[in-house]
Structures are given as structure tokens and as C-alpha cells.
Design a protein around this ligand. Structure first.
Ligand code: ZN
Length: 345
């Protein structure tokens, strides 16, 4: 079969389109014919060895595949060839105390698909059956590949790591990103009033199209003051943050008393300086969020099936043109999600 393989780390790393043996399912695994796979910042961290993991090369990236089961292992009874599936990127153990409690996002032994084992930028991928979610009728493979990771991450942030009440003000950072575009729609669906951010007019208009009632320009350093102005100086109840670096401390400038910043990422930097005085005086919270529980992905796919959550798809390319998509991702030119369709030519 054809697969993209990372053969040397770097920025850019060396990615090659190769002919490799098709995977066979282990006893507890299925092989999925990959119809679509989303690209993510995780793919860049793999590329540049930016994760605290030892990764053997070559490695096929791709943590967000969707497709049809082509073969099942000898121990698999709940799935059969022909089933349409979304594949979860965090391959959880199913046995630790957190998995047992339905908090799979805290699994003690999770592996990342497309990082610690070969992923979905290939015509076929072998995955443990625990990684599968049934794709509801009417949810396209492309929709799944655009929402499985970022959409369910936003669902986890908004419904598991905190709660949103109707009428709450929610600031969804970077509304043209995968997490941000989903966060706007989910927060709106929960009854919140949503403000988003964007550094270009194109990004801001995309956020408005998804339901943000106001969008602030983060190219202007006074953007937190604009958020306060929009909320009558009160500030927002919740910030959905996934950028890190200099952005995270500024989110607290936007936050109301008793408000919460939930963060799930740090693409702009992992170390930040935080002024603790306003944090405790205003009784605010900073909450970490990682990955998703099975229930979050199920909810995400249900919302998609009901038309309440729609993906923002930037591009769809074949394996032959995946290098173009990787370059756009490195250059931060992707609005929404870049998809690879491994069987397209
Ligand atoms: Zn576990």
C-alpha cells in the first residue's frame, strides 16, 4: 500500500511517499481502509521531535483517520468488515483506574496514533478496537476526519473540564483553528454568548460565520481591552485557550471574577509568567484539559450528525500532494482543517 513516512526529524522533516506492506490486524485490532485523515499540530511535533517521547523512524503520521473496517482480528467480535468508523488518536489502555471510570483522557498508558505507532496517512491503518467509534449515518468521512481530534477536544473542554450555562460569556481563542472553530459552535449550542479572536480579516469573518457575535483582532495588542468593552467591562466567564505562550496570561485580562480559563495546548510556548494576585483576588481558575473521553467523541459525532457542529475544511489532498498540506500547516496558513484522502489520486 502507499503511505507517507517520516524518515528524518527536522523542520521541515523528511517525509516520503512510499510503498510499504499493508498492515495485518492483531488479535485485538482492526484494519481500517482510510478514507480521510485530518492533519494536526501533533504531526508537526512528530516531525520536529518536539514531544517528550522516543519515536522510532520511519513512522507514518496521521492521528485523525476515518474510514471503513477492512479486516478484523481473531479476538474482535463487536466490529465487522464494512463498518464505518472514526478513529480516536489517543489509544487508551482500557484497564487503568481512569479508563475504568470513563476518564480515558487521564489514561496512565495511552499511546498516540501516528506518533508511537503508524497512523492514518496511508491507505490502511491497524488500530486497537478500543480506538473505534461508530460513525453515525450521514456523517461523512471528511467531517469525521475534521472533527475527531479538535472537535472532541473542544467538547471535552466545554462539557467535562468546565460547564457552560445559558447566557455565559465565552471567549473562544483563534476561531479559525480546529479547536476554536468547534468551540464557537459548541458554546453557542450550550446557550453561551461567544466572542472569538483572529489575527486576519479572513479568520475573523470565518469565526462570525460559525456563530461568534463579536471577534477581536489579536494583531492589536489592546485586544483584551476590547473583550472587556464588549462585555460591558465585566469580562467573560470562560476562555477556551489552546495557544499558550504570551497569549495565556492575556486571557486573564479578559476574565470576569470567578471565571475560568481552560487550556489544552501550548503551540506558542509552554512556559508562561502568571500574576497570581488577580488570580486569587478575583477567585479565578486555570484548568488543564487534555485529549477526550470516549463520551466526548460520541457527543461530537452526535452533534455533527444533528447538524449542530460542522467542520471547517481548508483543503482535501491526495497522498501525492500531502507535502503541500504539511507546508501550509508549518506556515500557519490553514484555516480550519487540512485533510488527506489516501485513496484519491
Ligand atoms: Zn487507561
Amino acid at each position: 500500500m502507499r503511505a507517507i513516512q517520516l524518515v528524518r526529524h527536522g523542520r521541515p522533516g523528511t517525509l516520503e511517499l512510499r510503498e510499504v506492506p499493508a498492515p495485518q490486524p492483531g488479535a485485538d485490532e482492526v484494519v481500517v481502509r482510510v478514507e480521510a485523515c485530518g492533519l494536526n499540530h501533533l504531526d508537526l511535533w512528530l516531525e520536529e521531535a518536539g514531544l517528550p517521547l522516543n519515536i522510532g523512524l520511519p513512522r507514518t503520521p496521521g492521528c485523525e483517520p476515518a474510514g471503513v473496517i477492512a479486516a478484523v482480528g481473531s479476538g474482535v467480535t463487536a466490529w465487522r468488515a464494512g463498518d464505518r468508523v472514526a478513529v480516536q488518536s489517543n489509544l487508551t489502555c482500557g484497564t487503568c483506574e481512569y479508563c475504568q471510570a470513563g476518564e480515558e483522557s487521564m489514561c496512565l498508558a495511552a499511546e498516540l496514533l501516528g506518533v508511537q505507532r503508524d497512523g492514518g496517512l496511508a491507505e490502511f491503518v491497524a488500530v486497537p478496537q478500543r480506538a473505534l467509534n461508530r460513525l453515525p449515518d450521514g456523517v461523512a468521512f471528511t467531517t469525521s476526519a475534521a472533527l475527531t481530534l479538535a472537535g472532541s477536544t473542544a467538547m471535552h473542554m466545554l462539557t467535562q473540564r468546565t460547564t457552560v450555562k445559558p447566557g455565559d460569556w465565552v471567549l473562544a481563542m483563534a476561531g479559525a483553528s480546529g479547536v476554536g472553530s468547534a468551540a464557537i459552535q459548541i458554546a453557542r449550542g450550550l446557550g453561551a454568548r461567544v466572542i472569538s479572536t483572529g489575527s486576519t480579516a479572513e479568520r475573523r469573518s470565518l469565526a462570525v460565520g460559525l456563530g461568534a457575535e463579536a471577534v477581536v483582532d489579536t494583531a492589536d495588542p489592546r485586544w483584551p481591552a476590547e473583550v472587556r468593552r464588549l462585555t460591558g467591562k465585566r469580562g467573560v466567564d470562560l476562555v477556551i485557550e489552546h495557544i499558550g505562550g504570551d497569549v495565556l496570561p492575556r486571557c486573564f485580562e479578559c476574565l470576569a471574577r470567578g471565571g475560568t480559563v481552560v487550556t489544552c495546548g501550548a503551540t506558542a510556548g509552554r512556559e508562561v509568567t502568571l500574576n497570581l494576585w488577580p488570580l486569587f483576588v478575583k477567585q479565578q481558575r486555570l484548568v488543564g484539559s487534555y485529549s477526550r473521553n470516549r463520551a466526548d467523541l460520541e457527543a461530537t459525532l452526535e452533534w455533527a450528525a444533528a447538524g449542530r457542529l460542522r467542520p471547517v475544511i481548508h483543503s482535501q489532498r491526495s497522498l501525492d500532494h500531502a507535502a503541500v498540506s504539511f507546508q501550509e500547516l508549518r506556515d500557519r496558513r490553514v484555516l480550519g482543517k487540512a485533510l488527506i484522502l489516501p485513496h484519491a489520486r
